[in-house]
Design a protein around this ligand. Structure first.
Ligand code: 4NP
Length: 144
């Protein structure tokens, strides 16, 4: 799960998907394309909205996406198109590029991007949670 800062959207996506799959069988992680917050815990507003739905993400630590992740992971979900562009410029390998998908491509919505809630109020985080949750339901179904 990849977003820009790895403190708002992708930590939620990591926590939500982990809550729907068997972690002994499927490894889920998250990262950011930028390194502004490396080592930090998720944004307090992401921690709060996850907590509201019984998911604990406070122990996560921000890390930056690395081109090595193309080898480590089978699927790389990005939150928006700018994350997509950023990631695919880090490889020229067609198989690597084929691993990168917009998270919301898993569900049929008018919107294709999970909006960046960093400058929003709590409602923005609730909206992001609901979008990610719907997509993760589909992913979990497919993985089973
Ligand atoms: P995220 O949100 O990409 O969902 O983690 C952001 C977090 C931090 C910043 C931008 C977006 N920032 O500019 O610091």
């Amino acid at each position: 799960m990849v977003c820009l800062g790895n403190i708002c959207r992708s930590p939620l996506a990591e926590g939500i998907l982990k809550s729907k799959i068997n972690p002994a069988e499927i490894f889920v992680d998250s990262a950011g394309t930028a390194g502004y917050h490396v080592g930090n815990m998720p944004d307090i507003r992401s921690i709060a909205v996850a907590q509201k739905y019984g998911i604990d993400i406070h122990q996560q630590k921000c890390r930056k996406f690395s081109s090595k992740d193309f080898k480590e992971f089978d699927i790389i979900y990005v939150m928006d198109k700018s994350n997509y562009e950023n990631i695919i410029t880090q490889t020229s390998n067609k198989q690597d590029i084929a691993k990168v998908r917009l998270l919301l491509s898993e569900i049929d919505l008018k919107t294709t991007e999970v909006p960046d809630p960093y400058h929003d109020k709590d409602e923005g985080f609730e909206h992001v949670f609901q979008l990610i949750d719907k997509a993760c339901n589909e992913i979990a179904k497919k993985l089973q």
